[in-house]
Design a protein around this ligand. Structure first.
Ligand SMILES: NC(=O)c1ccc[n+]([C@@H]2O[C@H](COP(=O)([O-])OP(=O)(O)OC[C@H]3O[C@@H](n4cnc5c(N)ncnc54)[C@H](O)[C@@H]3O)[C@@H](O)[C@H]2O)c1
Length: 439
């Protein structure tokens, strides 16, 4: 199939790089977002998200006239949906006495509804938002069929999971293998033709529900593997072992690859998507459910560690370094670091947070500082929550002259105990219960 014009719904971390890349590869693209502030920002040539290289691609796409952005859809040959699929913060399901999270599919439904008046025979619709199994067949197709057209015969419908790594989105969009699941083989073939516009990795055609499951399985596997690493960090502390060294040694085995423990699991993928299985089939998702419990309780384990280091937290001031859900990104969604901060505050501590990737962020009940110095100056302890490169490379000897803190707590294995020790700090590390004492 030959595509000339594409509408991309949702201009966030996924939709904006995708829309811009299609545009720089020759398609006429209308990028649509319901948030007028985002449209205004983009029209002004600025970005509302941080992603390396995106500014240049966006600028090229806008300047060529191939990309326009709007709050309104237009007729097109293809429509691509990249809107959020979080869980409801306040609605839970229950199975056998266990509470589970429920997927909030309202954005997918409203984006799909917005396509209906513009849908024409021969169009292609692709859902990219990570979605519970059978969403394309059971939820998206019936909404689109309100147009009077039949999915699979009058128009093509696909699910294609997005598997890019934030921080490397632009290269991975092009290089990664791409799974395209059609509700019919012809739909999958149409999807392949669309992505062949720029994808250099292998494009694999399958059915829509398999493609949905592929994505959720990938993220669930990560979640379960991180949960076992987090559990190992707890066990190592009990047995007086350094978990980081134990993991390094275990990973010398050719068929073992233990991931790194940390303060929890965040972002709006790995900490969210496993719930899509649990909600859809709680009776079959025991391990997945328990892995979520382990990862969600890891912030509490970190707070206990801080208590061990500092004693009573009431009246103590703690500098928390990093709030993003992973290193070197500005995405704070579902971040376990935020949960740690809230729990410390609940225990009576004053927490000053420094997040260099989002210094202007305003978050409820979180005190963000304007600089590293402002965070550490009056602190009793420095708590490292995210392995941002600039934190990992902090020189402790220099830092010591900017803070009265002599206790440091590293939850991500970024700091070399010897360096921190010789700079006068007592360093506590997650997964290692013997603090290294300073001068
Ligand atoms: N961010 C990632 O690294 C990543 C990776 C793989 C998959 N995904 C999945 O991709 C999807 C999008 O994620 P994201 O990170 O780009 O989200 P995002 O929040 O960064 O962006 C989504 C955008 O969609 C807009 N939007 C909401 N409802 C809309 C509607 N009805 N019509 C048009 N626009 C609408 C929002 O205003 C927002 O700008 C999610 O399902 C996510 O799970 C994300």
């Amino acid at each position: 199939m030959n595509f000339r014009k594409l509408c991309v719904l949702g201009l966030g971390y996924i939709g904006l790089p995708t829309a811009s890349t299609f545009a720089t590869h020759g398609l006429q693209v209308v990028g649509v977002d319901i948030n007028p502030d985002i449209i205004e920002t983009l029209r002004g040539g600025s970005l509302h998200i941080h992603e390396p290289g995106l500014g240049a691609v966006l600028e090229a796409a806008l300047e060529s006239g191939k990309l326009t952005v709007s709050t309104d859809l237009e007729e097109a040959d293809a429509f691509l949906i990249a809107v959020p699929t979080p869980f409801y913060p306040d609605r839970h399901g229950e199975y056998d006495g266990r509470q589970y999270r429920r997927a909030d599919m309202r954005a997918v439904i409203s984006a799909t509804e917005a396509i209906v008046p513009h849908l024409r025979k021969g169009n292609l619709v692709v859902l990219e938002s990570t979605s519970p199994p059978r969403t394309t067949v059971d939820l998206v197709a019936p909404v689109l069929e309100r147009s009077g057209l039949k999915a699979g015969s009058d128009f093509f419908l696909c699910y294609s999971p997005e598997r890019v790594l934030p921080g490397h989105i632009l290269s991975e969009l092009i290089e990664n293998a791409r799974v395209v699941g059609g509700i019919t083989p012809e739909s999958a073939a149409a999807g392949r033709d669309l992505y062949a516009t720029f994808v250099k990795g292998e494009i694999i055609e399958t059915d829509a529900t398999t493609a949905e499951m592929v994505k959720i399985m990938e993220n669930t596997t990560r979640d379960v593997n991180i949960a076992i690493a987090n559990e190992f960090s707890r066990l190592a502390e009990k047995f007086g072992v350094d978990v980081w060294e134990a993991i390094r040694l275990a990973n010398l085995h050719p068929r073992i690859n233990i991931l790194s423990p940390g303060p929890g699991v965040g972002g709006h993928c790995i900490s969210v998507d496993p719930w899509f299985f649990v909600e859809a089939a709680p009776e079959l998702s025991e391990l997945i459910y328990h892995a979520r419990q382990v990862n969600d309780s890891q912030p509490r384990f970190v707070v206990n560690k801080v208590k061990q280091a500092l004693g009573e937290l009431r009246g103590k001031t703690i500098a928390a370094l990093g709030l993003a859900y992973k290193p070197d990104v500005d995405d704070l969604r579902e971040s376990p670091a935020t949960e740690v901060v809230h729990l410390l505050q609940d225990a009576g501590a004053v927490v000053n947070v420094w997040e260099p990737f989002k210094p202007e962020a305003r978050m409820k009940d979180v005190h963000m500082t304007k600089s590293l110095d402002a965070a550490i100056h009056d602190a009793d302890a420095i708590l490292l929550l995210v392995k941002h490169t600039e934190f990992a490379t902090l020189p402790p000897a220099e830092l010591a002259s900017h803070t009265r803190a002599r206790i440091a707590i590293d939850t991500v294995n970024a700091w070399d105990p010897k360096n921190w020790q010789s700079a006068g700090f007592t360093l506590h590390r997650l997964g290692a219960n013997k603090p290294i004492s300073g001068l």
